[in-house]
Design a protein around this ligand. Structure first.
Ligand code: GLC
Length: 465
């Protein structure tokens, strides 16, 4: 048990340490985090996260209710989650906060598509809109949105010390802390344990060739048994940020690099071309033709409906797949995404922060809401209920949290790869758009993988020079 726990802890810290990315990091706004903040930082100890419920209707008590209630009567608008259990959890959290503080929180679900959400936020900020107070920030966005985000460096100096330093550093732009970390993410392979056994395979695939062979066998078998909708493998192939994440995993795991390295555009290389050709070959084969317009929830709906053998997705899909009304409850597990030798198994680092708009007219109330929403207590509840990966070591080390996320122990060999957002800063979204649009064209078959990556290379070179 002890070695398992140690292994899981190692995975958790590797995931979160990776968040800072490889690019040069600006000076952190907050003082460096202590080696082991197991207790002491802002007076939070492990006993503060004892007795947290795992019930979606029972979020933790609002520990800062007294300070917050001086802003009673204020209404906050919060762009919260829209996938898996996230939206219901945000509503429950907001209701609890309102009940105990008298601050109303209107929860607006973000567009499910991260690229659409980016565009929406960009419009808000261009208009200096006062309509939004608190909003989710993708791990790749601080460089782009920093000028529009309220500087919480001194307000949350102590809270920042609770989190893994890599993420705090990621959220710090030119010395300004733009947001507090909310949860981490990483790509992983979901598979059906029952079907694996039924078709005579004794372990999930470790190579892409094996994945293709198993997907083909199970797809043929299930269709022959009378389910014409059954498919081998679902993932995110639409022209949006999620495809950039999938692509990074395909490339890295097949020795094709990470798009841009040390200031040079490396996206167009023979291994990357082969990896993209391989993925294009899945479309209409082991993957449905429609996968070229799939986002996270499209993939989850097929897999959770019992109609796919494999799925690439984020940890939120684990809790969603295990709810009482889920057809696949208890018959799926998680493994590292496969490789092709000499690549390494890869999981793209994702994750979300909570930021306050600099145009908000309710910043004090927003600060109290974010303090509660990102706290160790809340992160524990979110881990237990929604398998959202904590960004706070004392929460990730908690035995109940580790038990709620048993899949973590299978992921120890995985390399956490980061998208080049630190390197490209405010240009990241443009860089990613070039990448996912070119790749999507190759998946659609309207161009070859080689031409798609040559085109992406040229456009990226113009962008970053
Ligand atoms: C997940 C990740 C986020 C990523 C997005 C892409 O929400 O946490 O970092 O950008 O998926 O779809």
């Amino acid at each position: 048990m002890r070695s398992t726990l140690m292994g899981m802890l190692l995975v958790m810290s590797m995931i979160l340490a990776a968040c800072g990315g490889a690019a040069p990091a600006p000076a952190p706004a907050a003082p460096a985090a202590p080696e082991s903040p197991a207790s002491g930082a802002v007076g939070v100890t492990t006993t503060d996260i004892d007795g947290i419920s795992s019930d979606i209707t029972d979020p933790p008590a609002v520990f800062n209710a007294e300070a917050a209630s001086q802003y009673a009567g204020t209404t906050l608008r919060f762009y919260g989650d829209a996938v898996g259990l996230g939206s219901d959890m945000d509503k429950a959290m907001a209701a609890k906060f309102s009940e105990e503080t008298g601050i109303n929180v209107e929860v607006l679900p973000r567009p499910q598509d991260a690229t659409e959400f980016y565009a929406q936020i960009q419009r808000f900020f261009q208009a200096q809109s006062t309509e939004t107070d608190v909003l989710m920030m993708d791990v790749i966005w601080p460089g782009a949105f920093a000028p529009h985000l309220y500087d919480v460096s001194s307000i949350f100096a102590e809270e920042a010390q609770l989190h893994y330093p890599g993420i705090v550093e990621n959220n710090t732009v030119d010395g300004k802390l733009t947001a507090l970390p909310w949860f981490g993410d990483f790509g992983m392979l979901f598979y059906r344990t029952d079907l694996l056994a039924e078709y005579g395979f004794d372990a999930p695939p470790t190579t892409w060739d094996e994945l293709e062979a198993i997907a083909t066998a199970v797809q043929e078998g299930e269709r022959a048994k009378g389910n014409p909708n059954f498919v081998g493998f679902v993932w995110q192939g639409a022209a949006y940020e999620g495809l950039t994440c999938n692509l990074l995993e395909w490339f890295y795991s097949q020795d094709g690099g990470t798009f841009l390295q040390d200031g040079a555009v490396t996206i167009n290389n023979p291994q990357a071309v082969e990896a993209l050709e391989r993925a294009a070959g899945w479309v209409g084969g082991i993957s449905p033709s429609g996968v070229v317009s799939y986002r996270e929830e499209d993939a989850r709906n097929v897999f959770q409906g019992g109609n796919a053998m494999f799925m690439r997705n984020w940890p939120y899909a684990y809790s969603a797949g295990n709810t009482d009304d889920s057809p696949i409850k208890g018959v799926f597990d998680v493994a590292p995404l496969p490789v092709t030798d000499p690549g390494s198994p890869a999981g793209t680092v994702g994750g979300w922060q909570l930021a306050i708009s600099t145009y908000s007219q309710n910043k004090d109330a927003a600060v109290e809401f974010v303090r509660y929403a990102t706290s160790p207590q809340m992160q524990k509840w979110r881990a237990l209920v929604g398998t959202f990966v904590p960004t706070i070591p004392i929460v990730s080390e908690d035995a109940e949290v580790l038990e709620a996320m048993p899949f973590l122990q299978n992921l120890s060999p995985v390399v956490r790869v980061t998208r080049p957002s630190r390197e490209t800063g405010e240009l990241y979204n443009e860089a990613s758009t070039i990448i996912f649009q070119s790749a999507n064209e190759a998946l659609l078959g309207s161009t070859t993988a080689a031409d798609a990556l040559a085109q992406a290379e040229q456009q990226l070179q113009r962008l970053v020079r």
